[in-house]
Design a protein around this ligand. Sequence first.
Ligand code: FAD
Length: 452
Amino acid sequence: MMRQDLIDAFSRIVGANHVLTANDTLLEYAYDKDPGFSRLPDAIIEPADTAEVSRVLALANAEKIPVYPRGYGSNLYNAITPVEGGIILLLRRMNSLLEIDTANLAATVEPGIFVADLNKEVKKFGLIFPPDPGTIFTATIGGMVAQNATNIRSLKYGSTKHYIMGLEVVLADGKILKTGGKNVKDVAGYDLTKLMTGSQGTLGIITKVIVKLMPAPETQKCLLAGFKNFVDAGKAVKAILDDKIVPATLEFMDSVTIQALGSKAPSSLPPDIKAALIIEIDGITKVVENDMAKISAILQAHNVQQVTVAETEIEQDAFWNARRAAITSLAKSNDIMWMTDAIIPRSKAADMVDKITSIASKNKLTIAAFGHIGDGVLHPTILFNASDKSLISHASNAMKEISAAALELGGIFCSRFQEDRSGQPETYAKQAIKFSLDPNNILNPVNRVKEG
Ligand SMILES: Cc1cc2nc3c(=O)[nH]c(=O)nc-3n(C[C@H](O)[C@H](O)[C@H](O)COP(=O)(O)OP(=O)(O)OC[C@H]3O[C@@H](n4cnc5c(N)ncnc54)[C@H](O)[C@@H]3O)c2cc1C
């Protein structure tokens, strides 16, 4: 519980209406999207602008109060669970689109704006902000930057960090830092924009973002392909990339994921399908048509069972809605879900799915696999029911084996429980940066910085 004099002091900064301490409100903010872990904050504070963020942090730092910045709370790894109590700094009031600069293909936004809202506005100028973490209607730009969210368009367009030109960040002691800018080359020496991107709220609070925009593609085509086995699907992915075709998206779902979707699964998928790919191509119409013909031929050569090309936006949305529903559908059909990230070289994605299947059968578990297969980003997701406690040790074992498999294939592994990669000096350097910028460790303490 927070001392009354501190609540009064924070209220003087942001207004009493924006310091929330009612129990049911605190409970709402004790979780992110992973329901397996929670901790009550002492207060929710909603600043209106950078100056208020700066004053809140200066006070929190002086009093050594933990601060957990929060966008919408859609991350899946307890990145905002207030494990040490303290403040949830809720950025939802700072959600303005400040400028669209068509001449410099840039927009300046506050951190609380949703990606879909930004895209709705820039579309009026024939522009897009490409990153799409699968949660565009709820992901805030601040959360995306802080997580360097990867996304369903990363294969062609890259991840969030490729679209961040500059930032305004409030440091732990309240100092306001400006990094980068609208110039294409806007940094000499240390690239602080890149350092802050992916720092998961542990180095500062992002209060403004200059994003890079792209011209909207002339044409977009999307298809859904079903396979009788995932090896064929994996080989088809490799063949598409080997043919130097770069789809905007190349997504994979295995049979466990497809079954969990239930009525949300696209109706065109036959029931005995073991793997599905969603492939979207965008660009100049002639190139898109040419690439679609080449992809169709590759899919046929790899024993595809069924291909459906979306003819309308509604059909296209049906494919994407299925993919976007994967995580929530898996969560609904199981008591316990341990979702992990296995990020491997894209050429090894089929090998990784093969290993996940063997690990599942060896440990007598159900493990779903889905993700951005074109980028080599897979989400092996261990599913089990809480009633059978013996499965917890099987699941822990499976998690270790998945991690070992990812490392063996030249990748990295992240989960809510662990991050595995080689390189102790790297860990040392990260800690040195953290403690020089936040010596009192008030910003998102105990959060382990992971890949998006
Ligand atoms: C169904 C589903 C699918 C998803 N798919 C993907 C995916 O494909 N790729 C992916 O990367 N993610 C994915 N996510 C995770 C998540 O949606 C995204 O990473 C999203 O960008 C998080 O935005 P948010 O506003 O909810 O951030 P939050 O969850 O609120 O915060 C995320 C992190 O950013 C920090 N943070 C938030 N705002 C700020 C700020 N202004 N300054 C400093 N730090 C801040 C928080 O402290 C926390 O560490 C998915 C989530 C769901 C539920």
